[in-house]
Design a protein around this ligand. Sequence first.
Ligand SMILES: CC(C)(COP(=O)(O)OP(=O)(O)OC[C@H]1O[C@@H](n2cnc3c(N)ncnc32)[C@H](O)[C@@H]1OP(=O)(O)O)[C@@H](O)C(=O)NCCC(=O)NCCS
Length: 235
Amino acid sequence: MAPGGNGGITIRPYEAPDRPFVRRICFETGYMGDPEWQWRDRESYADLFTSYYTDDEPESALVVERGGEVAGYLLGCIDSQAARSEAAVFGRLMWSRWVVVRPSTAPFVWRSFADVIRDRLDGHPGPAPVRDHRWPAHLHIDLLSSVRGQGVGGTLLRTWQERLRRLGVPGCHVQTLAENRRAIGAFQSVGFRLMGSAAPAPGLRTPTGDRHHVQVLVWETEPRPAERSAAQPRG
Ligand SMILES: CC(C)(COP(=O)(O)OP(=O)(O)OC[C@H]1O[C@@H](n2cnc3c(N)ncnc32)[C@H](O)[C@@H]1OP(=O)(O)O)[C@@H](O)C(=O)NCCC(=O)NCCS
């Protein structure tokens, strides 16, 4: 997306000075794009979902600029098993940020622990990290509301897919809330497909108190054989 090509929106590689803006956007778009997030500590939230990507794999990050300001990002990881996991970051935050007792995070953390135990007892395993050689890459994508619905998310995703093809990475997975219809629509529009059924998300509640669910979607760099033969001209 070229400068001025779409309402002054530009997509470019991430640079170190973008870091605080990426962290702010991460928090402000946390709950399906809504700032009313149930985890109310910005620093730990941004650490959980952006620090690996900005600090350890910045070459896989893209940012969206509008009017000279960062308005969104795609944070990628080409090898999820080699990357620092969110669970590892969370473990560190227990001590560095005291998230288990901090008033802005403790209710969420304890509700999550209770959900995990209850779900196990009920025989509903929660969401698990995807460890599959077919989809080693993963990503996070978040846009401020001012740049949504204009094709920017689709362009970011296609740019990331192109990078994976160039690097010879076989595929990518993504985890989102099953209730986030717009995100699922955006992933499906660039070829991701639902993988498995949605699992109850520990800790998360809708505004009416219902559980949220995590859905995995996957995409292969090369079309699968069935898709390839369907695409071949007949006769
Ligand atoms: C989800 C998000 C990245 C999508 O980016 P976007 O720029 O708004 O989406 P686009 O305008 O590029 O649309 C991409 C596709 O999604 C589809 N889509 C958009 N809104 C949709 C909706 N409500 N339901 C289903 N599909 C939808 C569009 O039809 C489009 O497909 P097309 O290109 O075939 O027409 C962006 O809206 C966002 O950041 N939302 C808030 C944060 C968030 O939810 N992040 C994802 C967490 S995993």
